[in-house]
Design a protein. Structure first.
Length: 341
């Protein structure tokens, strides 16, 4: 479990891991980044209370670096990746071990079920669980068991991930997709089992959500630079929306200044504005449909859905054009001015 500034979630996440009922020995290795909110002190206290918890340092604060440090420090043949912002469902680990044995897969994952406590977080969670929000990957709500492109978190055979070289530490987001790509290229099976459920708690504020999605989009753009069309077509929809918005702004400015008029203006308007109108109607429909929650949650949906798509799309375009570089997910940092390690 890589950990950075997760004091509000860490104890619940750890409890969901340690209460898993297993017939084999298990441990929980926390890779501790340089938290500033008391997370490290909390982790140290919990480790002192339960000998199954072990701590390793992750001074770089990058997820794949922390994951590799924890894997190297661990002692058993199966690696169960867990997250400090998530909670495992009862029986998760046992069912995953059974699936590994039954299918012969190298990595097994299940459903990421997002949930929320506040109207904002509930709105984000609903969109995480919707194909409209995150593009319909199997682990966002799939119901059919079978071979998969990637696995959420993942329950992995240690021998296989050591064979392919562990997580790529040069990738700061999307490292799971890249690892699963190498697993599949090495001839091994990645498996999706919808009976495996993990509760995920999204970011708690609009700014943190926007930061998270911009960073994630930038690293997906980097992965497109490296691996091209091995990336699914759904990843290209948000940047297309950003390009369309930019075109609409340019066309609007040209129309206001009289640079384009008449039939040409009408044709260009139809090409640019109608898709944006359709998108706006889609956002309104998603907010209005049954299951959208109370009034405040529906209002947040109107803001959250475009934020997710546009932040991700802007990050993606930057990642494709310039590379992700040193882009980090700053959403776990306390303030804009918190220094990065």
């Amino acid at each position: 479990m890589p950990v950075l500034n997760e004091r509000a979630y860490l104890e619940h996440a750890i409890r969901s891991v340690l209460t898993q009922e297993l017939t084999v020995p298990a441990e929980l290795v926390l890779a501790l980044g340089p938290s500033t909110d008391g997370t490290t002190e909390l982790a140290q206290r919990l480790a002192a209370e339960d000998e199954r918890i072990r701590l390793v340092d992750n001074p770089a604060a990058h997820i794949p670096v922390g994951l590799n440090a924890a894997i190297r420090a661990s002692r058993y043949d199966t690696i169960v990746r867990v997250d400090a912002h998530s909670e495992l469902s009862p029986g998760y680990a046992a069912r995953a071990l059974d699936a590994l044995e039954r299918t012969g897969a190298a990595n097994v994952g299940g459903v990421m079920h997002a949930d929320g406590r506040t109207p904002f977080q509930k709105a984000v969670a609903r969109l995480y669980n919707s194909p409209v929000g995150l593009g319909g990957g199997a682990y966002h709500g799939g119901t059919q068991e079978g071979e998969a492109e990637s696995a959420y978190l993942g329950v992995m055979r240690r021998a296989v991930i050591e064979e392919v070289g562990l997580f790529d530490e040069s990738i700061r987001r999307g490292e799971d997709w890249e690892l699963n790509l190498r697993i599949r290229q090495a001839g091994h099976l990645v498996w999706f089992d919808p009976s495996l459920s993990v509760t995920y708690w999204p970011r708690e504020s609009w700014l943190r959500l926007a930061r998270q999605f911009r960073a994630t989009g930038a690293w997906r753009g980097e992965l497109v630079r490296r691996y091209g069309r091995r990336n699914g077509i759904r990843f290209f929809a948000p940047p297309a929306l950003v390009v369309l918005v930019a075109m609409a702004l340019v066309v609007g400015a040209l129309q206001l200044t009289g640079a384009i008029t008449g039939l040409i203006s009408t044709i260009i308007s139809a090409i640019v504005y109608l898709p944006l109108l359709a998108y706006a109607l889609l956002v309104i429909a998603v907010a209005s449909l049954p299951g959208g929650g109370r009034f405040r949650q529906r209002l947040w949906t109107l803001a959250v859905l475009p934020t997710m798509h546009l932040s991700w799309g802007l990050g993606f375009l930057g990642g494709v054009l310039r590379g992700a570089g040193d882009t980090v997910d700053a959403s776990r940092l306390g303030t804009r001015n918190t220094p990065l390690p």
